[in-house]
Design a protein around this ligand. Structure first.
Ligand code: ATP
Ligand code: MG
Length: 140
């Protein structure tokens, strides 16, 4: 098994309800370490750039509006197989389809306001980490 890093975002629905600590506890219980963390309020331009892969999707505009609707917490998580482990802890995109005990099942409000983002592959993890953090910000 390999130690990986992945980009996590605690989304505006979660900061609004003051449950960022409860979400971080789920990551730590799963063996993921927070090796960088910052609170941010994304601009429309940043949200559109971050989610550019979904530009053609019907939900793109709503998603960018939601992601800029309040502060987020951006984080780098580190651990064994961190990318896939984080995706497991997050659960399915739609909280209604997410397994019991996952973050999205327990905290998500809707398919859009689903509390967390996590990178989906090594290439996207590296790109997304670089979008928010410099090497000097990450302390393993
Ligand atoms: P994320 O990339 O945020 O970790 P994901 O990889 O599970 O989530 P994606 O398909 O990449 O899901 O979608 C990105 C985000 O867009 C979702 O997390 C959700 O907030 C939003 N989204 C996805 N599908 C829909 C939809 N059908 N309607 C509204 N919003 C959606
Ligand atoms: Mg995704």
């Amino acid at each position: 098994m390999a130690i990986e890093r992945t980009l996590s975002i605690i989304k505006p629905d979660a900061t609004r309800r003051n449950i960022t600590g409860a979400i971080v506890a789920r990551f730590e219980e799963a063996g993921l370490r927070v090796v960088a963390q910052r609170r941010a309020h994304l601009t429309q331009e940043q949200a559109e750039q971050f989610y550019a892969v979904h530009r053609e999707r019907a939900f793109f505009e709503d998603l960018c509006t939601f992601m800029t609707s309040g502060p987020v917490v951006v984080q780098v998580l580190e651990g064994e197989e961190a990318i896939s482990r984080n995706r497991e802890v997050m659960g399915a995109t739609n909280p209604a389809n997410a397994d019991e005990g996952t973050i999205r099942r327990d905290f998500g409000e809707s398919v859009e306001a689903n509390s967390v983002h996590g990178s989906d592959a090594p290439e996207t993890a590296a790109e997304e980490i670089g979008f928010f953090f410099s090497q000097i910000d990450i302390v393993g």
